[in-house]
Ligand binder design. Structure first.
Ligand code: COA
Length: 646
């Protein structure tokens, strides 16, 4: 039974049991309708407690049903039936009450929650707005500013915040169900949320500021603006009209390109680490060693500390060690100031630094983040094999080097794996788990568990130069250079990318990251014969002039304080290189620019797939969305291409 009705004296307990997250499927809606009918019919039932089995309260409508036409009974009707019941319904919330789950709880007459419960309306993140009364009931329970943050921002709030704001009535201090029964025994009345007055805007300025911040962050994602409008309507319209408008808008958005793309990414992110090896027992990981205290190493160390691991940071000398340690402290202190680390001292107590690799004798996992040079990496791995336990996992954070070759310097190469983090490591969501041929199955399962514990979205990548992400990234960088040779300028390429939804264009990004590292790499690859002689030399010429990007005051653009200006010098270099390559400039529309950029990404992505570097097209989308700022609401390069080609 998906929905079970039991009696406890004069009360009924209605339990939704639809693993894994009690999503409101058709069966749940039917079950709830039947439960309303039954509890209304049984005259001696005084109140109904609505609870969920398993790990969470209802986590939303069943997203899997969204690609099909809706089937009655619809969630708004189920909620209306509960709200109109003649006996009080009490929602008992544990885990997360999200989307349709929170809407269901708001249709009940009272709400009791576990202290650790969270509640929110994340529909906007799926390209939708609430479709079962969320925009209409929430502003009747909390003030309009919080309603706006929740509806158009999509982030869940804690039980305490929900209690303070008026969204829930009681936080359980002990057994959750018992708390609900204590409440009904004291006597509670039916209190339909829709019958309440809108709480309204307490501060016009604050409401507008939240709206404009959310709109700015949304870039091209439509649902945010639509959600703001829906709430504004709900604040002034009669509730029945607002409900009808909300539903119509929800149904329209559900079939939109953006919502389809966001659903694609939602499921793709949850499928990326599904693998038979992930089911094997992982090796226990408590103590992690990090080699190298530069930006990347310090970021990885900070992340591991924040997520509960004991960390030893190793640097080659005291000066570098001190600098690395300070970087870790800076990251942790900033996170603590933002309220993300409740007990900074406890976190710091798990942090050690050393210059001697011997300090890693008890490490379960070591991640190296030293200079990107094969000889250096091999030296580190050889050294690590001498000092660590034979079962300790040895990981490299290299972003493009051959992990098979790094592994091959070990007597037991099955211990080696690539863990490619993205900078800043404690913020960026993506983790490429790079699998060398020799890797042991339980090392893979350990990496999967670690990825989840670190709060990352992990994707498996095979070994190649740059793995999934940097391969595709370098293909579209090259295409951007070709566009310059063919007649576009950096400003146009960047503007086209921003219009498409990237937070930043490809040239602005290079200026931000610095052009010198890629230059050094190109020189090395040219010397190794890995780069064709006929490659486009514009970036090299900028570097020869010391134009390394923002840090040197000039790069693809000129910088005057905070002002970004097109550069005449760069335009001249482009024109000279164009002439040297025998090309004549032609004009491009922004659509043509994007079509070439996306085409290049798609072509390289297909190669990555054909070579078995990525396991699936959707894994590629997950990588590009989470590691390379590809707009999520376009679904990633493979999804976008499928749309463009169909
Ligand atoms: N509809 C259908 N399936 C859902 C779902 C939903 N609303 N929410 C989660 N699931 C599925 C996931 O696809 C996953 O399935 P799988 O095991 O077959 O891959 C499973 O439930 C567990 O989800 P996962 O995200 O891996 O678990 P978690 O414990 O990390 O997080 C939630 C749980 C509920 C916080 C998270 O799944 C979530 O945010 N869900 C979406 C909520 C939402 O947006 N609701 C509004 C819908 S309009």
């Amino acid at each position: 039974m998906t929905v079970l009705v039991e009696r406890r004296g004069a009360y009924a307990i209605v339990t939704i049991d639809n693993p894994p997250v009690n999503a409101v499927s058709l069966a749940v809606r039917q079950g709830l309708m039947a439960a309303v009918a039954q509890t209304e019919a049984e005259k001696d039932i005084a109140a109904v407690v609505l609870s969920c089995a398993g790990r969470t309260f209802v986590a939303g409508a069943d997203v899997k049903e969204f690609d099909k036409p809706p089937v009655a009974p619809h969630l708004p009707d189920v909620i209306a039936a509960i709200e109109a019941a003649s006996k009080p319904w009490i929602a008992v919330i544990h885990g997360t009450a999200l989307g349709g789950g929170l809407e269901l709880a708001m249709g009940c007459h009272h709400r009791v929650a576990d202290a650790t419960a969270r509640m929110g309306l994340p529909e906007v993140t799926l390209g939708l707005i609430p479709g079962a009364g969320g925009t209409v009931r929430l502003p009747r329970l909390v003030d309009a500013e919080l309603a706006l943050t929740m509806i158009a921002g999509g982030k869940p709030i804690s039980a305490q915040k929900a209690k303070d704001a008026g969204l829930i009535d009681v936080i359980a201090d002990g057994d959750l169900l018992q708390t609900a029964f204590d409440l009904v025994t004291r006597g509670v009345a039916c209190r339909p949320t829709l019958a309440m007055h809108v709480r309204g805007v307490t501060n016009d300025g604050a409401f507008e500021k939240i709206s404009s911040d959310l709109l700015r962050k949304a870039r091209g994602q439509h649902s945010v603006a639509v959600a703001i409008d829906a709430l504004k309507r709900a604040l002034i319209m009669p509730e029945a009209d607002a409900l009808a408008e909300e539903r119509a808008t929800f149904l329209e958005l559900k079939t939109s390109d953006q919502a389809r793309a966001l659903r694609h990414i939602f499921f793709a992110e949850r499928a990326s680490l599904v693998d038979p090896r992930a089911k094997l027992s992982p090796r226990p990981i408590e103590r992690i060693g990090v080699i190298g205290g530069g930006t990347m190493g310090a970021g990885i160390a900070s992340l591991c500390l924040m997520r509960g691991f004991a960390v030893t940071l190793i640097e080659r000398d005291m000066t570098s060690l001190q600098a690395g340690g300070e970087r870790v402290h800076t990251v942790l202190e900033a996170s603590s100031k933002r309220g993300l680390l409740p007990d900074l001292d406890a976190v710091l107590a798990r942090f050690r630094t050393a210059t001697d690799y011997a300090a890693l004798s008890d490490a379960d996992l070591v991640i190296e983040a030293v200079f990107e040079d094969m000889a250096v990496k091999k030296q580190v791995f050889t050294e690590l094999e001498k000092v660590t336990r034979p079962d300790a996992i040895l990981a490299t954070n290299t972003s493009y080097l051959d992990v098979n070759e790094i592994a091959s310097c070990l007597r037991d190469p099955s211990r080696a794996i690539g863990l490619h983090f993205f900078s800043p490591a404690h913020i960026m969501k993506l983790l490429e788990i790079v699998l060398p041929e020799s890797v042991a199955d339980d090392v893979v399962s350990t990496a999967v568990k670690l990825s989840k514990k670190l709060g990352k979205i992990g994707v498996f990548s095979g070994v190649c130069d740059g793995f999934i992400g940097n391969r595709i990234m370098s293909a579209y960088r090259t295409e951007a250079d070709r566009l310059l040779i063919d007649g576009a300028d950096p400003e146009q390429v960047d503007a086209a990318m921003r219009d498409y939804g990237f937070p930043i264009g490809v040239f602005e990004m290079q200026d931000l990251a610095g052009l010198d590292i890629a230059w050094a790499m190109r020189k090395r690859r040219l010397a190794e014969g890995k780069l064709s002689q006929g490659y486009i030399r514009i970036a090299d010429r900028l570097c020869e002039l010391g134009r390394f990007g923002r840090k040197s005051g000039a790069g693809w653009y000129d910088y005057d304080g905070t002002k970004v200006l097109p550069s005449g010098a760069v335009a001249t270099i482009i024109a000279e290189e164009r002439q040297a390559m025998g090309k004549t400039a032609v004009a491009f529309s922004n659509e043509e620019v994007m079509s070439r950029i996306l085409g290049a990404m798609h072509l390289e992505a297909q190669a990555v797939l054909a070579e078995g570097i990525a396991r699936s097209a959707q894994d590629i989308d997950v990588v590009m969305v989470n590691g390379y700022s590809f707009p999520r609401w376009k679904g990633g390069p493979m999804f976008a291409a499928q749309d463009r080609l169909s």
